[in-house]
Design a protein around this ligand. Structure first.
Ligand code: MV4
Length: 504
């Protein structure tokens, strides 16, 4: 087993990997940019090295520099986390050339799945259903027009190099096709330097369900069930759960088998995720793409399977066989994760950087917080604004929702705006509670949501503050005494009135 691992990442995922290493008695090396000198991952690691200025292109994306540090610090392997260099096949080759181990799949598997058209061809070859559509780049408008008619509108134009919804366009009919094609190609060229675009038939009211796969270097490929990630905003996942609320053992086995076929077809090694679109109408499912990294939302799978995916990643690249077989994998209970972002839900989720002046993380049964910050930490504008992933576990979905609702009320982050108030509302939303999670959830949610429904906690605080103010002004009691009796007291009523009349 490795004695020392370098973590080529920052934030919560760097902390997550360091925790696994510590449990395995492996020493850790962190790297950090100038603005991260004081970050949690730097504090947690055994050693830490500065790799440059704040912009990722000058720090966390500098592969050669990171490899140099791995060598000089005598680390034997590099864990890339997610994002940054995690799906960069050229970096993986450089790591190998330097005599180090990359904690992830071989570069060939990464490349095979890196392009969506190539991934679709491999899935078809492996006998896995894909969304009806093409697998070669469109030559131009005329071919697009013919192909669209063949598959039938509405269709999706997708960039082969795409990700995060970039270069993706829904086209309802032929009148929209020409400009949609130009936009999709333009976006693809600007974002990926590759304007290859292909066509898929649009799946009606799809759900996004993905299967966690795991492979070792001995030819064993298994799946660890599904995660449902249908609640997305601008193609960014915000809530994930395992298992899916459409939870059927048959569907899981079928999708799991397909996911394993894809992994086997590319000689996969380590943790991977095979994404599917599932029709909410007839539960038919279609391969979408494969992500060749550990995903942000891996904790919900860990909670329902009991398997530590990071520990397993490290074991398999060290050459050990998987520590479990397919028969050993069983899903127990239900897990839900909310991604807590430094964003203001009242201002269309604008980033909200700044200093965290107060942080209180919930406690009690069935709770897991994968954080990358601490009280007093600064949330920078340079990186993804996700500050923590908060997950709960319950025996069933109902218990998990109850637990999440309770825990979100305990969660306090002050100094910056966060998505906590948004999640508190979602946990009370009947459509979410019923598990009707097709892709329109957030837009539908915004319509269902009553105007001016403030954060329930902010509302309580306003009432208490008003009550304290009122009681002080009246000289009735001292403020502390008032606060203990506020919820049911006449001061609460007065405070509520004061708050409603804007007298605060
Ligand atoms: C689709 C689709 C409908 N039909 N493909 C792909 C990337 C992901 N971010 C959204 N993707 C979609 N691909 C076809 N052929 C609808 C979406 C989609 C979506 C899918 C699942 C969950 C949320 C979604 C939100 C917008 C679009």
């Amino acid at each position: 087993m490795f004695k020392k691992i370098l973590i080529a990442n920052r934030g919560e995922i760097a902390c997550r990997v360091i925790r696994a290493c510590r449990e395995m008695k492996i020493a850790t090396v962190a790297v950090y940019s100038d603005v991260d000198a004081d970050a949690l991952h730097v504090r947690m690691a055994d050693e830490a090295y500065n790799i440059g200025p704040a912009p990722s292109s000058e720090s966390y994306l500098r592969g050669e520099k990171i490899i140099d540090i791995a060598n000089t610090s005598r680390a034997e392997a590099i864990h890339p986390g997610y994002g940054f260099l995690s799906e960069n096949a050229a970096f993986v080759r450089d790591v190998h050339v330097a005599g180090l181990t990359f904690i992830g799949p071989p570069p060939e598997a990464m490349e095979a799945m890196g392009g969506k058209m190539s991934a679709r061809r491999i899935a078809i070859e492996a006998g896995v259903p894909v969304v009806p559509g093409t697998t070669e780049r469109l030559s131009g408008f005329d071919e697009a027009k013919e192909t669209a008619v063949k598959f039938g509108y509405p269709i999706m134009l997708k960039a082969s190099a795409g990700g995060g919804g970039k270069g993706m366009r829904l086209v309802m009919d032929e009148s929209e096709l020409r400009s949609a094609l130009e936009t999709a190609q333009g976006e693809a060229r600007a974002s990926f330097g590759d304007d290859a675009v292909y066509i898929e038939k649009a799946v009606q009211r799809p759900r996004h369900i993905e299967i966690q796969v795991f492979s070792d270097t001995h030819g064993n490929h298994v799946h660890l069930g599904e995660r449902e990630c249908s609640i997305q905003r601008r193609h960014q996942k915000v809530i994930e759960e395992a298992p899916s609320p459409i939870n059927s053992a048959d569907l899981r086995a079928e999708m799991g088998e397909c996911a394993v076929k894809v992994a086997r077809a590319v000689n996969y090694v380590g943790a991977g995720t095979v994404e599917f679109l599932v029709s909410d109408v007839d539960r038919s499912f279609y391969f979408l793409e494969m992500n060749t990294r550990l995903q942000v939302e891996h904790p919900v799978t860990e909670l329902v399977t009991g398997i530590d995916l990071v520990r397993e990643q490290i074991r398999v690249v060290a050459g050990q066989p998987l520590s479990f077989t397919q028969q050993d994998v069983s899903l127990t209970g239900h897990a839900i994760e909310c991604r807590i972002y430094a964003e203001d839900p009242e201002q269309n989720f604008m980033p909200s950087p700044g200093r965290i002046s107060r942080l209180r993380i919930p406690q009690g049964p069935g709770i897991r917080d994968d954080g990358g910050v601490f009280e007093g930490a600064d949330v920078s504008i340079y990186y993804d604004p996700m500050i923590s992933k908060f997950a709960v576990y319950g025996r069933d979905r109902r218990e998990a929702i109850d637990r999440m609702r309770r825990a979100l009320m305990e969660y306090r982050i002050e100094g910056i705006k966060t998505t906590l108030p948004f999640f508190r509302e979602v946990m009370e939303d009947e459509v979410f509670i019923e598990g009707r999670l097709d892709t329109g959830f957030i837009s539908g949610f915004n319509e269902r949501r009553k105007p001016n429904v403030a954060d329930p906690i902010a509302h309580d605080i306003a009432i208490i503050a008003a009550a304290l103010q009122y009681s002080k002004r009246q000289g009735l009691v001292d403020a502390a005494a008032a606060s203990t009796s506020v919820p049911n007291s006449k001061w609460a009523a007065a405070g509520r009135e004061a708050a409603l009349n804007n007298k605060l």
